[in-house]
Design a protein around this ligand. Sequence first.
Ligand code: B12
Ligand code: SF4
Length: 495
Amino acid sequence: MNILLLSMPDSFEHMPSIVIRMPNGALTSLAGNVDEHHNVAVADLILCQRSVRKTVTHLLGEHDPQLVGLSTMTFQRRTAERIIHLIRELKPNAKIVVGGYDPSLAAEAYLSMPIDFIVRGEGEITFRELTRALEKNGDMHFIAGLSHRHDGKWIHNPQRAISSLDSEEIRLPKRSARVLKGYTMLGRQVDVIETSRGCTFDCSFCSIIEMRGRNFNAYSFDRVIADIRDAKEHGARTFFLVDDNITLNVHRFEALCNAIIEAGLHTLDYFVQGMTSAIANHGERLAPLMKRAGFRYVFLGIENILESDLQLLQASAKNTARSNGHKTGNATLQAIEYLHRNGMYVVGGLIVGSPNDTVESIEANLAFARKYVDWPYIQHPTPYPRTPMTDDFRRRGLIEHERFEEYDGTTSVVKNEYLSADEIEYLRWKAERGMKTRHLPTVFRHDPWFVARNMLAMAANTYRGSKLRTVLGLEDDRQAFARYKQLRRQEREYV
Ligand code: B12
Ligand code: SF4
């Protein structure tokens, strides 16, 4: 069977496609896990943001798929729907399947779309069984995790149990299935690597718990090393470890760093997301080891520097420093100190605009980011499907609208008692531009050729909406903000 797998083109403010175009790890993992006689093509539409319709039309013609799969997040739902209609128009007989976080957690939103299947939760085995059933014209009723139509009605089969990952049941991703080129992180080819799945915390804004429950499963190091080698053979020099929470098991993470060093793969660049508590509490040993293994940027889930907000986000525990088993306060500064001391850069993940936030508390977080963070990754609380936060916001009437294409984390869609959603976003937008510019020399030292060629485009992107008279102080910043919002609206029209 010919299968075409697509990830959506939508990107958000902190992932401008001029500098970052990352592959979607789910699709190559699906491709690697169907039976080998299938002919699978994977296309990350982030690589052709400005020619989505043309590219999809071309791919449908060239690969003539009997099955098309789309991977979508909530903010990509509207684009996905448009692409689904395009596929239906051009290939009326192709079967269409959707998967990923949004279809898994908001399946009801897809039922009226002209699709055939929804894969809920982890996809590899469900998708493999679906392709087998399609080939044999078989029964779909026994495929756990699948929603399908029967006699005009949707049937939602029972949930599939999550994979333990240690059984080799999930094979390596198939990167050779990718048909588009141009992955980059600041000029170096980037790829994604998974070493584990899951998390046992329950932050109120995170989708992971509803997606897979509170658990943690890991791949063997042999598999991880083979995966890195495979990505390297396909040209990657920078690796983003997409684990939900790799620092949950610090001893394992240390062993993984050692395995990377022993395999001689430490000369490559690694990016990872981590908890402040793990890095603060184990940083003395962990941070130098990470540095030796090649880690360069660490995305820290700081979330908020104010305890009251952390409690609201249910993120206090993962941000708590401990000494001799006793809590000794917020872990953030200590974690940053360890990372900086070892020459790594901090991507500071903060969430501003929670129900308790005043101008002052938002400013306190922004000032913190200005002082301690190398690259800001500041977001607003966003009501993703089925998170505890969403239920709470809905009950309190705080959600301003349901234009899901704006649920990208940097467009504020939630108001609070003191501020409108727009005002909250304005405060972040205004502060972040300067912070991003300040990091440019660091990036320049690492990738001078890329920065020299793209500096103007990068600056233009960071400051889009501003004009000379904004810079000269001849107009209110809010006018530039309004233009920026208008540009963002235009950018979202991918299809
Ligand atoms: C890594 C990651 C990123 C990386 C993306 C790297 C990449 N290109 O893949 C970065 C840091 C860039 C990123 C950015 C964003 N992310 Co993100 N990210 C994650 C994370 C940590 C892991 C995702 C992953 O790769 N998992 C590994 C793969 C193999 O698993 P998977 O994606 O779940 O896919 C499996 C199934 O879902 C299913 N499946 C998926 N697609 C398909 C398609 C088909 C056809 C089928 C059959 C099955 C299927 O099968 C797969 C294999 O089992 C998750 C989860 C988390 N704990 O935070 C968030 C998460 C996916 N991100 C999220 C969001 C919102 C974003 C941002 C919008 C904002 C933000 N929070 O940063 C941006 C937007 C990015 C952009 N395009 O501009 C949300 C999505 C929520 C939602 N309901 O949409 C999550 C769940 C985090 C959260 N807030 O809860 N993200
Ligand atoms: S620690 Fe990270 S992955 Fe775990 S629930 Fe919180 S935000 Fe999600």
